[in-house]
Design a protein around this ligand. Structure first.
Ligand SMILES: Cc1cc2nc3c(=O)[nH]c(=O)nc-3n(C[C@H](O)[C@H](O)[C@H](O)COP(=O)(O)O)c2cc1C
Length: 375
């Protein structure tokens, strides 16, 4: 089941695992797939620790790192405006009041003064201040063989620096014209991500999007399929649509290695596909996530409009520093895709990889039997 991209990267199975958790990344990489560490959550010092740890735990095997460097955000270009305290000051009082009233009404206590200042991480925050050093850090780790950008084409310096080191650059795309633009800029691998995916997503389903992107750019670069893929049947379907592999996110949330609060795991296990809603409430851009009291509140007609990235993310992170302290089940949100409604158990990440491979073989064999038995 190796594809040309597997050969290029030196991996056994065309299964790419996006996760913020290094243990998941290492487990998938060691099982023969390709783990990709979501670096959004890590300031540079912490990222250095994570990459050193990964190097120590995957031997010679390659892995990737994913950044969220949006094409459009408040504070783009860096400078004074982009300082976190200045961005936080741009959040209107009315929005802060809306959040305070929402949390008060739900009985979520204020953060006590001695709880310290919360660390605020949000997509689109510190992109210019931290991005270049983070990229250099990745390139100083030879196991890092692919750098991926989540929100639009990566900045030109990422392409230049990665290519100078022989490292592939990937980018997520939710529409064929986005993929075209990315490939024209020099992106080496396109992740065609359908609307059912967890996290930021467009409006076109994986089934429709993957062949559109394969038709648009598949003769120039490999395309990976993302969104709604967690078993061998979906993997076989993705490959039939022309993808050279699958890129999954939600399925790793329900693995033993995932670092997720227990109340979120409960929520993920209980969720149906309809509970994975597309909302701007977490980051300011549409992202699929578990329905919670937070997403519901921002969907009400009297709610203020969500703010642009990263202001909405800052507001969310401030609120989360209040409700995660008390492990609120009502507010315990998380990015998650529609596939979450098909996942009902927590498995080791290695088992997930092997189940997908075995399911893929069964599906391909079953298809041959099905069509071979026809008249
Ligand atoms: C918890 C979670 C967080 C995510 N955060 C990012 C991110 O920071 N960068 C990124 O490129 N994609 C992110 N994604 C999207 C994944 O990379 C992937 O495209 C998506 O999960 C695939 O769809 P699936 O959830 O149906 O497997 C995230 C997905 C999830 C579930």
């Amino acid at each position: 089941m190796r594809t040309p991209l597997c050969d290029r990267l030196g991996i056994e199975f065309p299964i790419f695992a996006f996760s913020h958790c290094r243990d998941v990344v290492a487990a998938v990489t060691n099982a023969g797939g390709f783990g990709v560490l979501g670096a959004l959550a890590y300031e540079p010092e912490r990222l250095a620790i994570e990459l050193d740890w990964l190097d120590d735990h995957v031997g010679e095997r390659p892995y990737g790192v994913d950044f969220a460097m949006p094409a459009v955000y408040v504070g783009k270009g860096g400078g004074d405006e982009a300082r976190p305290e200045n961005l936080a000051a741009m959040i209107p009082d009315g929005h802060r009041r809306f959040v305070a009233d929402l949390l008060d009404a739900a009985g979520i206590p204020e953060r006590p003064a001695d709880a310290g200042t919360p660390v605020i991480k949000a997509a689109g925050l510190n992109v210019d201040a931290e991005g270049p050093d983070q990229v250099e850090l990745c390139l100083s780790h030879p196991n890092v063989q692919m750098i991926v950008n989540a929100l639009g084409p990566p900045p030109a310096y990422v392409l230049e620096r990665a290519h100078a080191s022989g490292v592939l650059v990937g980018a997520l795309a939710g529409a064929a014209q986005h993929a075209e633009r990315q490939v024209a800029m020099g992106v080496d691998v396109v992740v065609a991500q359908g609307t059912e995916a967890g996290g930021h997503c467009g409006e076109i389903s994986t089934m429709v999007l993957v062949p559109q992107i394969v038709d648009a750019v598949g003769d120039r670069v490999p395309v990976l399929a993302a969104g709604g893929i967690a078993d061998g049947r979906q993997m076989a379907a993705a490959m039939a649509l022309g993808a050279q592999g699958v890129w999954c996110g939600s399925v790793w949330l329900l693995t033993e290695e995932a670092d997720v609060f227990p109340e979120v795991t409960e929520h993920l296990l209980a969720a149906t596909s309809g509970d994975a809603v597309r909302s701007r409430a977490m980051t300011g851009k549409p992202a699929r996530q578990l329905r919670t009291r937070w997403t519901e509140a921002w969907a009400q007609p009297d709610a203020p409009p969500t703010l642009p990235m990263p202001l909405q993310g800052i507001l969310y992170a401030e609120a989360a520093s209040r409700f995660t302290r008390v492990h609120s089940a009502d507010f315990a949100g998380h990015p998650a895709g529609q596939i979450i409604g098909s996942l009902h158990a927590v498995r080791p990440a290695r088992r997930v990889v092997l189940d997908m491979v075995e399911g893929w073989i069964d599906t391909v064999t079953g298809l041959a039997e099905l069509t071979g038995s026809g008249t």
